[in-house]
Design a protein around this ligand. Sequence first.
Ligand SMILES: *[C@@H]1O[C@H](CO)[C@@H](O)[C@H](O)[C@H]1NC(C)=O
Ligand SMILES: *[C@@H]1O[C@H](CO)[C@@H](O)[C@H](O)[C@H]1NC(C)=O
Ligand SMILES: *[C@@H]1O[C@H](CO)[C@@H](O)[C@H](O)[C@H]1NC(C)=O
Ligand SMILES: *[C@@H]1O[C@H](CO)[C@@H](O)[C@H](O)[C@H]1NC(C)=O
Ligand SMILES: *[C@@H]1O[C@H](CO)[C@@H](O)[C@H](O)[C@H]1NC(C)=O
Ligand SMILES: *[C@@H]1O[C@H](CO)[C@@H](O)[C@H](O)[C@H]1NC(C)=O
Ligand SMILES: *[C@@H]1O[C@H](CO)[C@@H](O)[C@H](O)[C@H]1NC(C)=O
Ligand SMILES: *[C@@H]1O[C@H](CO)[C@@H](O)[C@H](O)[C@H]1NC(C)=O
Length: 327
Amino acid sequence: MGFAIILMCLLFYSSFTTISEAQQAFKCTERTTCRSLVGYKSPNTTSISSIQKLFGVKNLHSLLGANNLRSSTSPNYMIQEQQVIKIPIPCICFNGTGASNKMPIYTVQPDDGLYYIANNVFMGLLPYQRIQQVNKIENANEIDVGQELWIPLPCSCEEVEGERVVHYAHLVEEGSTVEEIAEKFGTTNDTLYRLNGITNNSQLIAATAFDVPLKACNSSVRSDSMDSPFLVPNNTYFFTAKNCVKCKCDAANNWILQCEPSGNKPSNRSTCPAMQCEGGSLTIGNTATSGCNTTTCAYAGFSGDQNIFTTPATQSTCPVTTGNCSQ
Ligand SMILES: *[C@@H]1O[C@H](CO)[C@@H](O)[C@H](O)[C@H]1NC(C)=O
Ligand SMILES: *[C@@H]1O[C@H](CO)[C@@H](O)[C@H](O)[C@H]1NC(C)=O
Ligand SMILES: *[C@@H]1O[C@H](CO)[C@@H](O)[C@H](O)[C@H]1NC(C)=O
Ligand SMILES: *[C@@H]1O[C@H](CO)[C@@H](O)[C@H](O)[C@H]1NC(C)=O
Ligand SMILES: *[C@@H]1O[C@H](CO)[C@@H](O)[C@H](O)[C@H]1NC(C)=O
Ligand SMILES: *[C@@H]1O[C@H](CO)[C@@H](O)[C@H](O)[C@H]1NC(C)=O
Ligand SMILES: *[C@@H]1O[C@H](CO)[C@@H](O)[C@H](O)[C@H]1NC(C)=O
Ligand SMILES: *[C@@H]1O[C@H](CO)[C@@H](O)[C@H](O)[C@H]1NC(C)=O
């Protein structure tokens, strides 16, 4: 009895708080799609493959890459209780708010309710009203065991301060501050206040999703590439070009994306296409040094007919004043 009353109060409380926040953060106005990230705090100690399954992530590699875990990591790798795992999601725009594109699909279990699913299974990443809205459920108390629900996780493809970024849905910790979040994720408190439509820390709500823009490495990927916009945030890696190329971002490398042949079997043919830069002497990821110039053969995207684009990218340490080389 007492439990039911507490649940009712929580329900009432969250319908006031979350709706007003949702108007501001995770905006979408364009028709573009992109990759986005959500932070899931595992409620129990469980294998990474069960998290992969819960979130409907197709490829274990993309989950490993988002968390910078070795690509040889076993599906049985254990995630500890309360550990935060970054989940990569494809983002679309739904009714003015970014949403994971028709995934994950959650099958209602006995004794589940929408509130429980939103807050205890998906840990508060979205308000239960959002699940109700996108699944067109008339009465939140009437869901059927076995019913399949689209869980529209929050995301965004919007530029922030004129820069393309990867939006990360960060689950707010009890007692944390905007300044701490800004510091942790390499952004500024002003950006976070503006993006989330709040003006002070007392409006930060524990156990709800907070929109954090992650700076991505600068890449040479063309806008007509199948994987454009190609945004890889610091300390993550990603397999692209049908699994043929592995790219990683390390802020310490001047925020320049580093790509190389993955050595994997491609997803849809027996061999990967050529990855040479013009002239043929360099393959993606190789560098050649000439005096003070270093030229890297950079990954520039791939096409529908399975060509991989390359481009030489030169970094110069030549003295600016003379343009000559000095050793
Ligand atoms: C879209 O959002 C508006 C206002 O937020 C809401 O009234 C409407 O029901 C939503 N439509 C759908 C299809 O979810
Ligand atoms: C961990 O929690 C999730 C979400 O509530 C649940 O689906 C899963 O079965 C649990 N796993 C274990 C090993 O208890
Ligand atoms: C937010 O950051 C600015 C600098 O970007 C700083 O001047 C200001 O004091 C910070 N605000 C708070 C409340 O810490
Ligand atoms: C923080 O925001 C709330 C709600 O907008 C307001 O009532 C409160 O006075 C603000 N506190 C400070 C310290 O500005
Ligand atoms: C990103 O790279 C392009 C060309 O490779 C360059 O023009 C641009 O200035 C770079 N942007 C940043 C922020 O480094
Ligand atoms: C990039 O990630 C590394 C490893 O987590 C971290 O030590 C570093 O502070 C990050 N740099 C920035 C600028 O976010
Ligand atoms: C694999 O290649 C075949 C023929 O090239 C194509 O019809 C099919 O759509 C491709 N599948 C995927 C998943 O790309
Ligand atoms: C280095 O690059 C600059 C400009 O790209 C060029 O003018 C110069 O000749 C190059 N030096 C060498 C040694 O290749």
